[in-house]
Design a protein around this ligand. Structure first.
Ligand SMILES: Nc1ncnc2c1ncn2[C@@H]1O[C@H](COP(=O)(O)OP(=O)(O)OP(=O)(O)O)[C@@H](O)[C@H]1O
Length: 638
C-alpha cells in the first residue's frame, strides 16, 4: 500500500505538472484563475485516489494538505522555473494562495526579461526561401518553433494579413500577449507590460497599400486581392525589402520607403493612384505642377509639386545608378530550376546579366508631362494587374503595349516606371542589339528572356526599336531576323491568351509606320508618347537646374520654355547640360584645377541663349506629322 501510494503520488504530481490546464506560463489567465485551477487539480487528483483505493477522507485531506505544501516548494524552486516558463517571480506565491487580486500584481516582464524578438529578423532573413515557409502557422506560433522564447507565445499567428507582420518593426516589438489577434479582443491591460511600453493596438484592416478607393464613395476593398502567384511574389519582395531597412530614396512626392505592405510606401501617392477615370487622373496630375526650387541638387530630376523629407541631399548622396533595386535583387537565388532546366544555361546567364535590368525605381514624378499616357497606363495597365480580383474578364486585357513617338520623349522612363509601380522585374531588350550584337541567337535570347520573365513574375519585358523586328518582310527566305520576329509574335500571342501571367510586354518605336500589320495588331494598347508641351519643358528646366546655382527670373525661364518648342525631353536635358557649362566656360583663363565650386557664377539666361545656338530640336516637323497620322489610324490616345 505504501509503495503503491508513493507511486501514485509521483504519478499524480507528474500529472499535475503536465496538465494542459495547469499552464501557469499562460498570460491570458488571471492570477486568481491560476490559483483556482491549481487547487482544483490537487483536489481532483486526491479525490480520485480516495475513490479508487478506499483511503479515508481524513487521509485524503491530510495528503492533500501535505502535498500542496510539498509541491508548492517544487514550484517555487529556482531550478524548476524553466519548466514553468519563467512567467513571474510571484506566480508561485499566487498559485499557493498567498496573493490575491486585491494585491498589486507585479509583472515579471522587465526590461531584462523581455525576450528580444529575434525571430522577426530571422523571418526576414530567411524570406528568400519563400514566404509560406517562414510565416508562422498557428501551430508554429504556439509551439514556439519560430524561435519564440519560452513563455512568449506569438499571438499574431492567426492572421493571414501580412501587414500584421510587416507593420511591426523588428527588435523593438514589445512582448506579445498570447491569444491577442488583430481581429478580436481588446488589447491587454498595459499594467501587464513594462512601463513605457504601450499595449499593442489591433491593426486596422488594410487594402492594397497606398491605394485609396474611399474618395470615390466605394467601400474599401478586401485585402489580399492578388492571385496566389502574384501575391506571393509581391509579398516575398516586401519581406525581402523589409529586411533591407530604410532605403534612402525619394522620388518627389512618391517615396519608396520600404517597410510596409508590398515594400513601396505609397502613402502620398494614394491620391494620384486612387482609381479614377482617365480625365480625373489627368486633372490630379495637372494640379501637381512643377513648383519651386525647394529641392535643389536633385539627381535625377523629380517632377513633382512637393519634396518630401528625404530631399536633395539624400538623393545626391545615393547616385541614381547605384541604387540597388530591391525588387530585382530579391530574385537572384530563387529561379525555379524546374522551369529553366531545359533552357541553355549560357542563355539564362546572358539574360540575367544583360537583360534583366537592375536599374533604380522610377516614379511618376520622375517623368515630366505625358499626363494622358500616365493616366491611361495607370487606369488600364496597372490597376488590372494590381487588382485582378476587380479587373476580370475583358477589363483585364491590355498587357501588351506599344509606345510610339519621337526619340527621347520618355518611353523608356515610362516602361521603368510601370515596372517600379508593379514591383516587377524589368527586362530590357534592345531591338537593335538583337539584330546586330546577338543576331545569330536573337530568337533564343528572346525566348530565354520571356522564360526568365515568366519565372520572375510580375515582370515587364521592354523591347525598344521594335520596328526593327516587326517590319514588313519582303523576302520569303527564313533569316535570323525573321526567326526573331516569329518568336516575338509567338510570345505576344501567348501573353494575350494566358490570363494568369503577370507579364507586361512594352515595345517602343520611333518608326511605327515601318511595322507590319501582323506585328501591330498584337499590341492591345498603342500610345503616342509625344514631345513635351510647354508645361513639361518648364518642369524639366527647373528640375535640371535645381542641382545648380542659377539666376534666371521667371520671365527668362518662360522665355527659355518658349524657345524650346519642338524639343524632346532628351533635347531639353542636352540644352540644360550645355547651359550649366556656361559659368565654367567663363572661367577659362583661370586654372580650373584650383577653382572652388562657390567661385563659379550662377547660370544665367545668357548661358541658355548661347546653348540654344548649339542645341537644336532633334525631331523634324515631318516626323511629327507621321506620328499624328499614325496615331489617328492606329493609336489609342486620340
Ligand atoms: N518626359 C520626360 N521627363 C523627364 N525626362 C525626360 C522625359 N523624356 C525624356 N527625358 C530625358 O531624356 C532621357 C531619354 O528618355 P527615354 O530614354 O525615356 O526616351 P525614349 O523615348 O525611350 O527614347 P528612345 O526612343 O530613343 O529609346 C531620359 O533619361 C531623361 O533624361
Amino acid at each position: 500500500m505504501g509503495v503503491t501510494l508513493a507511486n501514485r503520488e509521483v504519478v499524480s504530481v507528474a500529472h499535475i505538472l503536465r496538465s494542459p490546464h495547469f499552464d501557469i506560463s499562460s498570460t491570458t489567465r488571471s492570477p486568481a484563475h491560476k490559483v483556482d485551477v491549481f487547487r482544483g487539480h490537487l483536489q481532483r487528483t486526491y479525490q480520485y485516489a480516495w475513490a479508487n483505493d478506499d483511503i479515508s477522507a481524513l487521509t485524503a485531506s491530510n495528503l492533500l494538505k501535505k502535498y500542496a505544501e510539498k509541491y508548492s516548494g517544487i514550484l517555487e524552486a529556482p531550478g524548476e522555473r524553466g519548466l514553468l516558463n519563467s512567467y513571474s517571480e510571484l506566480v508561485p506565491g499566487l498559485v499557493n494562495g498567498r496573493k490575491n487580486e486585491s494585491e498589486l500584481w507585479q509583472s515579471a516582464v522587465t526590461s531584462d526579461s523581455v525576450y528580444s524578438m529575434s525571430c522577426v529578423p530571422d523571418v526576414i532573413t530567411v524570406s528568400k526561401s519563400g514566404l509560406t515557409a517562414v510565416l508562422p502557422t498557428p501551430a508554429d506560433a504556439s509551439g514556439g518553433t519560430m524561435g519564440s522564447p519560452p513563455g512568449v507565445e506569438s499571438g499574431y499567428s492567426s492572421s493571414p494579413n501580412l501587414s500584421a507582420v510587416y507593420n511591426y518593426p523588428p527588435a523593438s516589438y514589445p512582448p506579445q500577449t498570447p491569444g491577442y489577434s488583430p481581429g478580436g479582443g481588446a488589447p491587454p491591460p498595459s499594467t501587464y507590460l513594462p512601463s513605457g511600453i504601450p499595449a499593442p493596438t489591433p491593426l486596422p484592416p488594410t487594402t492594397v497599400p497606398g491605394y485609396s478607393y474611399q474618395s470615390h464613395g466605394l467601400s474599401p476593398l478586401a485585402p489580399s486581392p492578388l492571385s496566389n502567384s502574384s501575391a506571393h511574389s509581391l509579398k516575398r519582395k516586401a519581406f525581402y525589402m523589409a529586411g533591407q531597412g530604410e532605403l534612402d530614396s525619394s522620388y518627389g512626392s512618391y517615396s519608396y520607403v520600404q517597410h510596409r505592405g508590398n515594400g513601396f510606401d505609397r502613402s502620398v501617392e494614394s491620391v494620384s493612384l486612387a482609381f479614377k477615370p482617365t480625365k480625373q487622373l489627368m486633372v490630379v496630375d495637372q494640379q501637381r505642377k512643377f513648383s519651386s526650387q525647394s529641392g535643389r541638387a536633385l539627381t535625377p530630376p523629380s517632377y513633382s509639386a512637393s519634396k518630401n523629407s528625404l530631399g536633395p541631399a539624400s538623393r545626391s548622396s545615393e547616385p541614381f545608378g547605384k541604387f540597388p533595386s530591391p525588387v530585382m535583387s530579391d530574385h537572384s537565388e530563387e529561379l525555379p530550376d524546374e522551369q529553366l532546366k531545359n533552357a541553355d544555361p549560357h542563355l539564362i546567364e546572358l539574360v540575367t546579366n544583360e537583360i534583366i535590368n537592375q536599374g533604380p525605381p522610377v516614379d511618376w514624378s520622375d517623368i515630366a508631362g505625358l499626363e494622358m499616357a500616365k493616366a491611361a497606363i495607370k487606369e488600364e495597365v496597372l490597376w488590372p494587374i494590381l487588382r485582378p480580383d476587380v479587373f476580370t474578364g475583358l477589363s483585364a486585357l491590355p498587357k501588351s503595349l506599344l509606345f510610339f513617338g519621337p526619340r527621347g520623349t520618355g518611353k523608356t522612363l515610362l516602361g521603368r516606371c510601370i515596372a517600379s509601380q508593379l514591383g516587377a522585374t524589368f527586362c530590357r531588350i534592345s531591338g537593335s542589339a538583337l539584330i546586330s550584337k546577338w543576331l545569330g541567337e536573337g530568337d533564343k535570347i528572346l525566348h530565354a528572356s520571356f522564360l526568365v520573365a515568366r519565372c520572375r513574375q510580375p515582370s515587364v519585358i521592354f523591347i525598344s526599336e521594335v520596328d526593327l523586328l516587326l517590319f514588313s518582310e519582303v523576302s520569303e527566305e527564313p533569316s535570323p531576323v525573321s526567326r526573331i520576329k516569329t518568336e516575338l509574335l509567338m510570345q505576344l500571342d501567348t501573353s494575350v491568351t494566358s490570363a494568369e501571367d503577370q507579364l507586361v510586354i512594352i515595345c517602343t518605336t520611333s518608326k511605327p509606320e515601318e511595322m507590319d500589320e501582323a506585328g501591330r495588331r498584337y499590341f492591345m494598347k498603342r500610345l503616342l508618347i509625344p514631345l513635351p508641351d510647354g508645361s513639361a519643358r518648364h518642369q524639366m528646366v527647373i528640375h535640371l537646374l535645381s542641382q545648380h546655382n542659377y539666376c534666371l527670373s521667371d520671365k527668362e525661364i518662360a522665355l527659355t520654355v518658349q524657345r524650346t518648342e519642338g524639343f524632346s525631353g532628351l533635347d531639353m536635358t542636352h540644352l540644360c547640360q550645355e547651359a550649366v557649362l556656361g559659368p565654367l566656360h567663363a572661367m577659362q583663363s583661370t586654372d580650373l584645377s584650383a577653382i572652388m565650386p562657390n567661385q563659379l557664377r550662377p547660370v544665367t539666361y545668357q548661358d541658355f541663349d548661347s546653348a540654344l545656338c548649339k542645341i537644336q530640336p532633334s525631331v523634324s516637323q515631318k516626323e511629327l506629322d507621321v506620328y499624328v497620322e499614325w496615331n489617328k489610324m492606329f493609336g489609342c490616345s486620340q
